[in-house]
Ligand binder design. Structure first.
Ligand SMILES: [Zn+2]
Length: 267
């Protein structure tokens, strides 16, 4: 009757309800029945007594990126119960690849992971993942650092109007082609060369295209509060959904700011 039965586990179905003990009958890609199911009805049976059975976790802050091509089984995620990744965080995504570092990136990828760089954009990267076949669901943000590098090189200066338009177009295109939003890593070059107003422009485009905004803030220590203000302002002004990545306060001398920082988010 079923391809697979998972027997006798404690089911946490993800709705927030209490765990309950039951068997799960699966055929193809679908759960067909939950309840008391006889073992003989399954082509294969997994005994899950004393174990928890639940939907796969989503890792909302993943940096697997190109490594998924080198290690498509992603066991370090799978074995933690993670079945969906949100990659491309902290301003860094494997696409678009800036022309001026294409050859260098190609050489690095070969040396570090024995991989051939065959893509320049998100579509090319998705195709490679599809060809390879991966063990989990992959989604990705597009990195603002990657976009800035591709649009205007690795220069510490404000963009020209034309370069800004180019970046905005890239944000829109990447989201249209499957990115779930925009990420920044404002402690890393070249993303950090962007001032707040430039980020706001890009967030507006992300919001208009249904994307979220995940930020590794400009400062996670002495200027945490200022960085929080910058992040929240970007969301307020553009309506983009904001995620503050790996939220923390660095250095003991800043720890006392935690209440004020949390209050800002609450507000
Ligand atoms: Zn980060």
């Amino acid at each position: 009757d079923f391809d697979l039965i998972i027997r006798g586990g404690y089911i946490l179905d993800g709705t927030g309800g209490e765990a309950f003990e039951a068997d799960i009958g699966i055929s193809g890609n679908y759960i067909k029945e939950i309840g008391q199911i006889l073992s003989v009805r399954g082509k294969s049976v997994i005994e899950a007594k004393d174990l928890v059975v639940c939907p796969g976790f989503i890792d909302a802050h993943d940096h697997t990126d190109v490594e998924l091509l080198a290690n498509p089984k992603a066991e370090s995620s799978i074995r933690q119960g993670i079945t969906t990744l949100v990659s491309g965080n902290c301003g860094s995504s494997p696409f678009p690849v800036a022309e001026e570092i294409y050859e260098e990136s190609k050489a690095n990828l070969k040396e570090l992971l024995q991989l051939d760089l065959t893509w320049r954009d998100i579509n090319g990267f998705f195709s490679r993942l599809e060809e390879k076949g991966i063990a989990l669901n992959y989604s990705t943000l597009v990195g603002q650092g990657a976009i800035r590098g591709a649009a205007m090189g690795f220069n510490d200066r404000p963009p020209s109007q034309k370069e800004l338009e180019k970046m905005k177009k890239m944000v829109a295109e990447n989201i249209e082609q499957g990115a779930v939003g925009l990420s920044t890593g404002l402690e890393y070059t070249p993303g950090s060369y962007a001032k707040a107003d430039e980020i706001i422009e890009l967030c507006r485009v992300a919001a208009q295209n249904g994307g979220v905004y995940a930020t590794h803030m400009r400062d996670e220590g002495d200027k945490l509060i200022e960085s929080l203000d910058e992040s929240i302002e970007a969301a307020r002004k553009t309506g983009v959904s904001l995620q503050i990545s790996h939220y923390k306060i660095a250095y003991p001398r800043n720890w006392h700011k935690i209440d004020a920082a949390l209050a800002k988010i609450e507000e």
